[in-house]
Design a protein around this ligand. Structure first.
Ligand SMILES: Cc1cc2nc3c(=O)[nH]c(=O)nc-3n(C[C@H](O)[C@H](O)[C@H](O)COP(=O)(O)OP(=O)(O)OC[C@H]3O[C@@H](n4cnc5c(N)ncnc54)[C@H](O)[C@@H]3O)c2cc1C
Ligand SMILES: *[C@@H]1O[C@H](CO)[C@@H](O)[C@H](O)[C@H]1NC(C)=O
Ligand SMILES: *[C@@H]1O[C@H](CO)[C@@H](O)[C@H](O)[C@H]1NC(C)=O
Ligand SMILES: *[C@@H]1O[C@H](CO)[C@@H](O)[C@H](O)[C@H]1NC(C)=O
Ligand SMILES: *[C@@H]1O[C@H](CO)[C@@H](O)[C@H](O)[C@H]1NC(C)=O
Ligand SMILES: *[C@@H]1O[C@H](CO)[C@@H](O)[C@H](O)[C@H]1NC(C)=O
Ligand SMILES: *[C@@H]1O[C@H](CO)[C@@H](O)[C@H](O)[C@H]1NC(C)=O
Length: 596
């Protein structure tokens, strides 16, 4: 893989001088040793930075964030929305993980990108903002016994984090979203596409021609997801909005009680006190590039926000997990919590390309040097043009035909989708293939039944963990993907596409019966990067699960998990909206627990 010409051109022509923030330190030796931190947050990612912001609202509370990756400041490829897909390529900004061979993917091991930068995956994601169905959240409330996780309970937190914004082209957005379902005073900008594509009108025509599963839905973030809607993305005018650019904006970093250390890699939490339950308030860490181990102890709590891979990895390194398997690998078991790292699941994804009779697609922009240079200049100078958008303008959520749904149905309820379709004016990830112009309908299994795990490779805490997301492992997930491909094929048969779509392209064109389709799916599917579940919450007192409904780790004191690893089921949606809402609700739970 390589960085595309776009990002190279950008970093050389636009590198600007960035003012360093006093509160971001890049050497662990620069963390002040005269401050007693009340809260130490492990991982300055999507959720972690929300907690850092909210807890440091109280000037008496001392907060420290330890982030393994570098600072986000001046990373231009992370600011231009259209370059979003390039951040999965090997770089200092992701962890360079690979999965175990995946039986559901024809035995392939695939790259498994996770953000390794201040902002975490909110900096490396593809900007799509989707919350899930109301039933997804009502199921969380049911399994945890905590109404705070219900749709009604969580909606105020979605709104609290959100700053609904106008698109870069300033077009009239009436009729493209439901204004009652959004927040206007939060931190993270969410907006509609700011540069129309030539297929937008065809998509809308097709929704009215097809109706039914493909009807137009005013707003997929209203709790009712089914149908095809205008996409909402975390874009602020022309730029990516992330947890780092928003919750750690300069006005917040100016707080004297908020400290952020980048390049600080945590190895373990250490037991630091007896009592009836063991307390884990001490954090062990070192400079990411190597060096001596250091420790710091939080007065109140350690907040684990290292993500679905990082959080269970740190818990297991600390002796918190399945006592038997920990012992077998040489880690002293301290707290027997067998579900740490289990229940990992993710959204399988497949891009389905059709050749089109047009040159006005992403491919041309990506291949034509002059066009690309003009687009960069336009983005830079006028903050408009094709680079202000990510790789889609419309998204649909669909349920399988009733007769096809295997029992038990893993969707959260009767109005929760089984699959998602993303409609793109070209192949979503760069670079473009040498020839052809495409319409791509990406299919995603959003209510998967497969489960995998994150486990230790060795007792060395700096070894990468063993990652098995279990993609397309079950017949249920395979069936949903097969039906999803048939579903989008039907959508493309709408009259709106005639004269535009020439026909299916590449290996997709040969997948003309179920056997061939299954092989095509296994050969070409991957991850949409939405793993959850490795520190699942369950009801208080439950024998299964890792965290209580207030996200404190079971059987220990002083330790809480705040990231999407706590979700026992993946929402039928992309996961960053949930990461922000979890951060917001957890902050309120912590404030309440400590009367802050
Ligand atoms: C390529 C990609 C595309 C995606 N696209 C979308 C999308 O379009 N829309 C959407 O909603 N979601 C998307 N997602 C998923 C979404 O971004 C994540 O689910 C969400 O951001 C996760 O938030 P988090 O707080 O749980 O974890 P993260 O944001 O991953 O934060 C964890 C942080 O902890 C740090 N960390 C980990 N281990 C350690 C350690 N040992 N010591 C110190 N720090 C550590 C990491 O470096 C990271 O910064 C995408 C994800 C990826 C990777
Ligand atoms: C990424 O990991 C692979 C092994 O999976 C290794 O060969 C490679 O050097 C790593 N790359 C970086 C940039 O660390
Ligand atoms: C936007 O469109 C709506 C409905 O199409 C219309 O009622 C409204 O006046 C328009 N607003 C502006 C500012 O043009
Ligand atoms: C493409 O469209 C043009 C008209 O716009 C038509 O003349 C031509 O035949 C089409 N080509 C294909 C391959 O459909
Ligand atoms: C910026 O916008 C102005 C006014 O619309 C236009 O004249 C100019 O060409 C644009 N510049 C670029 C670099 O796109
Ligand atoms: C299914 O399609 C493949 C590829 O086109 C073909 O080789 C195979 O014979 C077909 N199988 C059946 C049962 O039709
Ligand atoms: C799947 O990949 C294998 C190995 O590369 C190849 O032999 C086979 O033809 C592929 N099948 C399909 C349907 O793409």
């Amino acid at each position: 893989m390589r960085l595309s010409r776009f990002s190279l051109a950008l970093s050389s022509s636009l590198l600007s001088v960035t003012l360093s923030q006093a509160a971001i330190v890049s050497q662990v030796s620069d963390i002040p040793n005269n401050i007693k931190f009340d809260f130490i947050i492990i991982g300055g990612g999507n959720s972690g930075n929300v907690v850092a912001n909210r807890l440091s609202e109280n000037p008496k509370v001392q907060v420290l964030v330890l982030e393994a990756g570098p600072s986000h400041e001046g990373v231009l490829v992370a600011e231009v929305p259209f370059f979003a897909t390039e951040l999965v390529q090997p770089s200092p900004y992701e962890w360079n993980y690979t999965t175990t061979p995946q039986p559901g993917l024809a035995g392939r091991s695939i790259a498994y990108p996770r953000g390794h930068i201040l902002g975490g995956c909110s900096i490396t994601n593809w900007l799509v903002y989707t919350r899930g169905s109301n039933e997804d959240f009502d199921r969380y409330a049911k399994v945890s016994g905590d109404q705070g996780w219900s749709w009604k309970g969580i909606l105020p937190y979605f709104k609290k984090s959100e700053k609904w914004s106008l698109p870069a082209d300033g077009h009239n957005i009436t009729g493209q979203f439901d204004p009652t379902m959004h927040g206007y005073k939060g931190e993270v900008a969410v907006s509609l596409p700011g540069y129309g594509t030539p297929i937008d009108q065809r998509v809308l025509q097709a929704t009215s021609q097809m109706g039914g599963d493909y009807k137009f839905n005013l707003d997929y973030n209203s709790g009712n997801q089914l149908g095809i809607s205008w996409a909402q993305t975390t874009i602020d005018g022309s730029e990516r909005a992330s947890s780092a650019s928003s919750y750690l904006a300069p006005k917040f970093l100016a707080r004297k009680n908020l400290w952020v250390a980048v390049n600080a890699q945590v190895s373990r939490v250490i037991q630091s006190g007896g009592g009836p339950v063991p307390a884990f308030r001490t954090v062990e860490f070192r400079q990411r590039s190597g060096g001596p181990l250091k420790t710091l102890t939080a007065k109140q709590e350690v907040i684990l926000s290292a993500g679905t891979v990082g959080t269970p990895h740190i818990l297991l390194n600390s002796g918190i997990g399945n006592a038997k398997t920990l012992k077998a690998i040489g880690v002293k078991p301290l707290v027997d919590l067998p579900d740490v790292g289990q229940n990992m699941h993710d959204h399988p994804v497949l891009g389905n390309p059709w050749l089109v009779n047009s040159t006005n697609t992403f491919e041309t922009l990506r291949r034509d040097t002059q066009l690309a240079d003009d687009a960069i200049t336009q983005w830079q100078v006028n903050k408009t043009g094709p680079l202000v958008n990510t790789i889609l303008d419309h998204i649909g959520f669909v349920r399988l035909n009733k007769k096809l749904v295997p029992k038990p149905d893993t969707a959260a309820g009767p109005t929760t989708p089984h699959y998602e379709m993303i409609i793109s004016n070209g192949i979503p990830p760069a670079p473009a293939p040498p020839a052809g112009n495409f319409l791509v309908l990406t299919t995603i299994v959003v209510s998967p039944s497969s489960r995998g795990s994150v486990t230790l490779r060795s007792k060395n805490p700096f070894d990468s963990p063993v990652i098995d997301p279990g993609l397309l492992k079950t017949n249920f997930d395979k069936l949903v993907m097969r039906e999803a491909v048939k579903g989008v094929t039907k959508f493309v048969s709408a009259p709106a596409w005639s004269g535009y779509v020439i026909g299916p392209a590449g290996a997709f064109a040969d997948a003309t019966n179920d056997t061939a389709l299954d092989a095509y799916i296994a050969n070409n599917s991957g991850t949409l990067f939405h793993p959850v579940g490795t520190a699942s919450f369950s009801a208080k007192g439950a024998k299964t699960g890792v965290t209580d409904p207030d996200l404190t780790v079971k059987k220990v004191a002083g330790l809480r998990v705040v990231d999407v690893s706590v979700l026992p089921y993946v929402p039928s949606a992309h996961t960053q909206a949930a990461a922000y809402a979890i951060g917001e609700r957890a902050s309120d739970l912590i404030k309440k627990a400590y009367k802050l």
